[in-house]
Design a protein around this ligand. Structure first.
Ligand code: SIN
Length: 547
């Protein structure tokens, strides 16, 4: 086992993690440096795949205001957003956009050099900035990766997973244990502050727009440490992922395509959104998703269609170059053919309960970005608010940490030594791991979640899911040292799935993205669901014998 120490460890290299590292290095002189660890490569993350854009509440946009953006966010969030968080994010949008531009992000501009703004669902006006047409996440990530690589105070471990948080006997976080999958090596890394910027858990569902890395690692780490988790039942299903035969990791067809005029239709070109919401294709995501899902079930289709033929071909190609190319590569001519689309898991609205600057319920442990739940998104995230949240909360965290003592001496106690031992020794279960097909079990779990904990839910199916996940857990219940990175991911996916299912069982109402067929109306008072490992294990016991 190797040992090292840093002032701050950031787990995850999406926009939240990268931006936090950069802002920290500008704000404070940290004696032991900043370490980013990522289980893939520095540039791989969920943020990178965000196409549509980032909300800009800009002074020059005379039709917009903080009040209007706050109103749209609260309305989409279906009663669960926290007003102060929403207002704070909105108020800081202009500064953060300017800062991203200074970091080298090239947002698209018109011929008069004004920032171009697009429209997405549930926004009352055009306020979404984009870059490279439909490559906003990719371009922001690229600019930040470049700055991180140039920064001598930021160190990076790639191909490295955080496998357990180090908590001392007072339950204060003192760092992490990591596993380098290339070298098959463990390391104990002490840190004064540990930041989870690990993204969401789209990969727990069969159909998802998220990359392979989105396996809920931060949720599992925090849960295992008994941190408070919030609103985990709220999973956003994006209405329009490209439906290709035998494809489960689905390519996103940005909501901005509908923002530019495309219509949802059946195979004969009949529109259907007028039956569901007067805002039609630009209704909030949960509503459009359920409308598509309902039509698919009624007509026994495996997809519906997006008709973008009214958008001039050259305009489409210039505005959405990656979508255009993906369609073309699959023999879809967007100027003539309908684009087959279906819903797919896209975003985890809940997460580790935090304040706006990322404080969790565990001292010295922070969470930002999709891993965190700070009250911005409520029950249904407003499109393109998430990249804004990543950057603003990362910057707030850096401000907050500039007032924190970053001495890393005298960290170790018996509890920490016990934790380290679990990873330092040859443990028998490790050999059993090699006999377990983690890829197959992941696949089984994804099917269960899609089938029973998807867009429409009810008590019977949620309990069936829990029963089936428990069966999977009987096959793979290793919570500590695993044999491979894939086994760690399986462990994390199972833990996160259980938090989602139990939170969904407990919420006996329909609100935003959580739709209970057996409880279709919202309760009068909207409340967060807040839970932790102890509560979930106790709650689960009451369902043990249910089939
Ligand atoms: C999209 O482009 O439709 C996705 C953007 C987002 O999830 O906010």
């Amino acid at each position: 086992m190797k040992y090292s120490k840093y002032s701050v460890i950031i787990v995850g290299s999406g926009i939240a993690g990268l931006y936090a590292a950069l802002k920290l290095s500008e704000t404070i002189n940290l004696l032991d440096g900043i370490l980013i660890i990522t289980k893939s490569e520095l540039s791989e993350s969920n943020s990178r795949y965000a196409q549509g854009g980032i909300v800009g509440v800009l002074k020059e946009n005379k039709n917009d205001s903080i009040e209007l953006h706050v109103k749209d966010t609260l309305k989409a969030g279906a009663g669960l957003c926290e007003f102060d968080t929403v207002k704070f994010i909105s108020e800081n949008s202009q500064n953060i956009i300017e800062d991203l531009i200074n970091y080298g992000v090239d947002f698209d501009k018109d011929e008069n050099d004004n920032l171009k703004l697009t429209m997405e669902g549930a926004h009352s006006i055009r306020r979404i900035l984009h870059s490279g047409g439909d490559a906003t996440g990719y371009n922001i990530e690229k600019a930040l990766v470049k700055k991180v690589k140039e920064n001598p105070n930021i160190f990076v471990y790639e191909k490295t997973l955080a496998v357990e948080l180090l908590l001392n006997k007072d339950n204060i976080c003192k760092g992490v244990i990591t596993y380098n999958q290339e070298l098959n090596e463990y390391e104990t890394i002490y840190a004064a502050s540990t930041v989870l910027a690990t993204g969401g858990v789209g990969q727990v569902y069969k159909y998802t727009t998220n990359p392979e890395v989105a396996t809920g690692d931060g949720f599992a780490l925090a849960y295992k440490a008994n941190a408070l988790m919030q609103d985990m039942e709220f999973i956003q299903f994006h209405p329009t992922a490209l439906k290709l035969p035998n494809c489960e990791n689905m390519f996103l067809i940005s909501e901005a395509v509908r923002g530019e005029g495309a219509k949802l239709v059946d195979i004969d070109g009949n529109t259907f959104m007028e039956k569901y919401d007067e805002r039609l294709e630009l209704a909030p995501r949960d509503i459009v998703t359920r409308a598509i899902f309902n039509e698919m079930q009624k007509l026994k289709y495996n997809c519906m269609y997006l008709d973008a033929t009214m958008i001039d071909k050259a305009v489409f190609q210039q505005r959405f170059p990656n979508i255009y190319k993906m369609c073309k590569d699959n023999n879809i001519d967007v100027s003539k053919d309908f684009i087959p689309v279906a819903p797919a898991a896209h975003y985890t609205m809940g997460g580790i309960r935090t304040t706006v600057e990322g404080q969790t319920s565990i001292p010295n442990l922070y969470a930002i970005g999709e891993a965190a739940s700070n009250g911005l998104h409520g029950a249904n995230r407003l499109a393109s608010n998430s990249l804004l949240e990543c950057a603003i909360c990362a910057s707030e965290l850096a401000n907050y940490l500039s007032f924190v003592n970053h001495q890393t001496s005298n960290i170790i106690d018996e509890k920490i030594i016990e934790t380290i031992k679990k990873y330092d020794e040859n443990i028998e279960t490790l050999y059993l791991d090699y006999e377990i097909d983690s890829v197959k079990l992941k696949h089984d779990l994804k099917n269960i979640m899609w089938e029973y904990v998807g867009i429409l839910r009810d008590e019977k199916n949620l309990k069936l899911a829990l029963y089936k996940i428990n069966d999977l857990e009987n096959i793979y219940s290793n919570k500590y040292k695993c044999a491979t990175a894939s086994h760690y991911e399986l462990r994390n996916l199972i833990m996160t799935a259980k938090i989602i299912v139990l939170s969904a069982i407990k919420r006996k109402e329909s609100r935003g993205a959580h739709f209970r067929v057996d409880y279709p109306t919202p309760l009068e008072t909207a409340k967060h669901s807040i839970t932790n490992m102890k509560e979930i294990l106790d709650y689960e016991k009451t369902y043990v014998n249910i089939k």
